[in-house]
Design a protein around this ligand. Structure first.
Ligand SMILES: *Cc1c(COP(=O)(O)O)cnc(C)c1O
Length: 391
């Protein structure tokens, strides 16, 4: 099949909900991908922070094929090994008490929101269901997570939205303004991903954590993008010096298979009970087996490597000294690059794709989320394409 044939079939039969680059990807190895016609791309996207181990990592392929050959799915009516093993590994490495598994970021955030409302209802009864979220956040595309998302542009067309969300700027004053007796939790990303790679101030986050503790509001951290080693620690909250009541994860957890979920602390461990929440595919054995393998690989040494690679990439970009690029923000291998001059970030991303480098955009920035396993050679190739494109 040629690219043109593929494109026509997609445009005819697939709902056109995505602005795709004029690029097809057929196969690859780590952060080096190939199209149907054999064109090579360096991948600074990892499928939007999903392919933690890059493309076709043999350890990941082995875990999946072994599990698929044994048991692919049976439902949550029965016990299976991979889910509890994964939950144990996640809890032991984060200080959390237990996990719930679903299939996507939005579904994970839905679970976290349900937990927060039920926690409050169980303890205080009705009238305390409001969740404060931040402007420029992104929490998903279901009606409730869309409502939680503090970007009015995403709300268009889909009214009426869910009730009981209020939005604050990431400042202490603005957050205080939105507080009240009707609140049950404060929900935020520590580095806003889709919103533009905006790292939150560490002191602010710690103050919010303390406020939550004083008021018995739940601290709800959306780590769908920042989690699973992306920022150089298993979860970003470990570098912010806070312990959330509930944290979500999704994108990178199973390295390319759909999985998401939540981690709850001791206080929140028993809020969601039989009959109050569930998911048919949740803790699917194949996805969970893949995730166990990923957690094994993402050990302390690997986390140091992620930090070092992030520094290397940041240094390489700054060293280009291009008038088209500005500051580089972010942590680990979650980087945002300011774009200056005539070209927008989207135009630059398109040009880079033409020249063989895949990057993402977020807000006004370029967003880089390479596989955590990207090699120095692959980073150098990507930086060379960036340099040549900017020249
Ligand atoms: C991607 C993302 C989501 C939504 O995840 P889906 O798997 O697309 O539902 C939610 N929150 C954050 C922070 C994200 O980056």
């Amino acid at each position: 099949m040629t690219f043109e044939e593929l494109k026509e079939m997609d445009q005819t039969y697939v709902m056109q909900t995505y602005n795709r680059f004029p690029v097809d990807i057929d196969h690859g190895k780590n952060a080096t991908l190939y199209s149907l016609s054999g064109k090579e791309y360096i991948d600074f996207t990892s499928g939007i922070g999903v392919c933690s181990l890059g493309c076709a990592d043999p350890r990941w392929v082995q875990a999946i094929t072994d599990q698929a050959g044994k048991l692919g799915h049976i439902s949550n009516l029965y016990y299976t090994q991979p889910g509890p093993k994964l939950a144990k590994a996640l809890c032991q490495r984060t200080g959390m008490a237990c996990a719930f598994f679903g299939n996507s970021g939005a579904e994970a955030n839905e679970a976290m929101i349900k937990l927060a409302r039920k926690y409050s209802f169980d303890k205080y009864g009705k009238g305390r269901s409001t969740i404060i979220t931040l402007n420029h956040s992104f929490h998903g595309r279901t009606i409730t997570t869309l409502t939680a998302t503090g970007q009015p542009a995403y709300h268009n067309y889909f009214f009426p939205l869910n009730e009981a969300f209020r939005y604050a700027d990431p400042t202490w004053e603005s957050i205080l303004e939105q507080t009240g007796d009707d609140v049950c939790g404060i929900m935020m990303e520590l580095i806003q991903g889709e919103g533009g790679v905006n790292p939150l101030d560490k002191e602010l986050v710690q103050k919010v954590a303390q406020l939550c503790q004083e008021k018995d509001w739940l601290l709800l951290i959306d780590e769908v993008q920042t989690g699973v080693g992306r920022t150089g620690s298993l979860f970003a909250f470990q570098q912010y010096g806070i312990q959330p009541d509930v944290s979500t994860f999704a994108k990178g957890i199973a390295g390319g298979l759909p999985m998401g979920g939540i981690l709850a602390n001791e206080t929140c461990a028993k809020v969601l009970t039989a009959g109050t929440h569930g998911s048919t595919f949740g803790a699917n054995p194949i996805a969970a087996a893949a995730a166990c393998t990923i957690l094994d690989i993402l050990d302390d040494q690997m986390m140091e490597e992620v930090k070092a690679k992030g520094q290397y990439l940041r240094g390489g970009i700054l060293a280009l000294n291009s008038p088209c690029l500005g500051n580089v923000v972010g942590m680990g291998l979650m980087l945002g690059v300011d774009v200056k001059g005539e070209r927008t970030n989207k135009e630059l991303a398109s040009l880079l794709a033409e020249n063989g480098l895949l990057v993402l955009t977020a807000g006004p920035r370029l967003r880089l989320l390479p596989p955590l396993t990207i090699t120095k050679e692959e980073m150098d190739k990507g930086l060379a394409i960036l340099k040549q494109t900017l020249a």
